[in-house]
Ligand binder design. Sequence first.
Ligand code: ITT
Length: 207
Amino acid sequence: MNGPVRRIVIATHNTHKTGEFRALLGAGWEVEDLTMHPELPVPVEDGATFEENAGLKARSAAERLGEAVLVVADDSGLEVDHLAGRPGIFSARYAGPGAGDAGNRDKVLQELEGVPAAERGARFRCVLAVARGAEVLACFSGAVEGRLTGAVAGEGGFGYDPIFIPEGHEATFGELPAAVKNGLSHRAKALEKLLEWLEDAELTSPP
Ligand code: ITT
């Protein structure tokens, strides 16, 4: 890509998310995350929605990084139809603190035990909040529909990827190549909207 490299800080400690943003944004962007800014406090995610949590994560980082830095926060999760939308905003810690991705997946699979394939619908949702200074400038969302398997399959991706089959495919995000996930994911869709908006707003920051 031509033109100057642009800098963006993803307000996340989840390096899997960072890796996906790097792949999605490509070589024209210098991507940092909060593991590279250990001096910043970790905000309490006490919002009631993905939007609120994305906004508070973005604001918390942006107000400390200053006006020159473009900050994007990602709040995302899995919504399971049979579970009335759970785990939703609680996806990262669904099986309790310290349970990790495997514990969270096992809990969802257990709750769906005996539920037929036709009733295993689910979606990943992602909300991105973009901020600069103390101000959240905009939010964008994306979702990918699919269904849950009966058992873990594949080792790619992170979180609930090995139990989620996206619509139009017969394999999980854990089995499919990363490029396939990045071509249709909730995160990719939200980011595409954000980038369109940025282009209009001309809000990119220098490296
Ligand atoms: P940060 O708050 O530091 O960004 P986090 O992982 O705690 O990291 P969230 O609160 O947004 O972030 O929780 C997102 C959880 O939702 C994540 O830990 C996974 O369990 C799940 N999730 C989100 N996107 C996913 C994806 O693309 N594939 C698999 N699971 C995903």
